[in-house]
Design a protein around this ligand. Structure first.
Ligand code: NAG
Ligand code: NAG
Length: 316
């Protein structure tokens, strides 16, 4: 019994080690609303692969299948990923209504037929939606991203995606959803979890303003959210799809945004997740291109990624 559970433990660890993903979140457009082109995605993907003090950031999480500014043309992050051999956690935007979601499906199918196995072999997962259940709660922010989606509609979207990929190069890829940890611990969303292959969780102690959320408590606050999500996940793998600490921005309750605190958060949270082989998509590589985000979570500020240095150390 003891031996077999030890062997099982080793086998699980080996599988997890092989499977671990390290990546960033990649929006479809810059802060001035200009669409990222293939060359922009390539530039970002190459920078992520060549960070000082850390390695293995070869995965990219996308929010949409649609090239920004088009109706349903596949996003140019796909040819950029093929060129740079970047693994993809695909995203279909689900917060903006069913007509928009149909266009996401069209772009997904079109990407499969246009790029074939060069594309599908790079896909590590498909997220149906991003924070859509959070957006419909009283504290959620319904903005130009759309009003969010009810759990039953989200399940319907998940089924549409499973149908769209069946019999294609993407069949068998894990289909999941990304939301805030608060959405998963909310029992009204239980049926969504039952329909997922993986659970993507976003957690930001910086924004948890009803709690003691100084940087000194941030690691404990993050792991509390993560562990509550794991407990709610019905045994499905939990991927950390967004977390980070801002280098600048307003004070949120006790949370102070600066590079020193972002460094502490990286050392405590990123380094422990990497050591534990948890799939991690950090927020974020660069936010400030052609604008002034506040807060700004970027490891890099605005400017040419080719020449910029990180605003905090990335060693573990
Ligand atoms: C719990 O989830 C339901 C369904 O998604 C949502 O309508 C409700 O606002 C959530 N409750 C809280 C407190 O977030
Ligand atoms: C962060 O929390 C985790 C989970 O409780 C713990 O294992 C780890 O030691 C903590 N790290 C720090 C630096 O406090």
């Amino acid at each position: 019994m003891r031996i077999s559970s030890t062997l099982l433990g080793v086998a699980t660890l080996v599988a997890a080690a092989e499977a671990q993903l390290r990546g960033f979140n990649y929006g479809a457009f810059f802060m001035n609303n200009a669409a990222k082109k293939q060359v922009d995605f390539e530039y970002e993907f190459n920078k992520a692969k060549n960070l000082p003090g850390t390695t293995g950031w070869t995965s990219a999480r996308l929010y949409t299948m649609i090239q920004h500014g088009t109706t349903n043309t596949p996003i140019t992050a796909i040819p950029a990923a093929i060129k740079t051999q970047t693994k993809l956690l695909l995203g279909l935007w689900a917060s903006a209504g069913s007509a928009n979601f149909n266009n996401e499906i069209v772009a997904l199918k079109s990407a499969i037929s246009t790029y074939g196995t060069a594309f599908t072999n790079l896909v590590v997962g498909i997220s149906v939606g991003s924070e859509d259940l959070y957006r419909i709660t009283p504290t959620g922010i319904a903005n130009r991203a759309g009003p969010g989606v009810q759990p039953n509609n989200l399940i319907n979207y998940i089924k549409q995606v499973r149908m769209a990929i069946s019999g294609t190069g993407l069949s068998g890829k894990p289909v999941g959803h990304v939301d805030t940890w608060t959405a998963y611990v909310n029992a009204s969303n239980n049926a969504v979890i039952s329909n997922l292959d993986f659970v993507g969780v976003d957690a930001y102690p910086y924004f948890q303003t009803t709690m003691a959320n100084s940087i000194g408590n941030a690691n404990a606050t993050f792991y509390d959210a993560y562990k509550q999500t794991v407990a709610a996940a019905k045994g499905k793998p939990v991927w950390v799809t967004e977390t980070g600490w801002p280098v600048s921005g307003p004070k949120q309750n006790q949370a102070v945004a600066n590079a020193a605190n972002a460094r502490i958060y990286w050392q405590d949270v990123a380094c422990s997740l990497l050591a534990a082989k948890v799939n991690l998509f950090w927020y974020d590589l660069q936010e400030a291109q052609w604008g002034n985000p506040s807060p700004d979570f970027g490891i890099f500020g605005a400017g040419d990624l080719g020449t910029l240095s990180p605003r905090y150390s990335l060693g573990c």
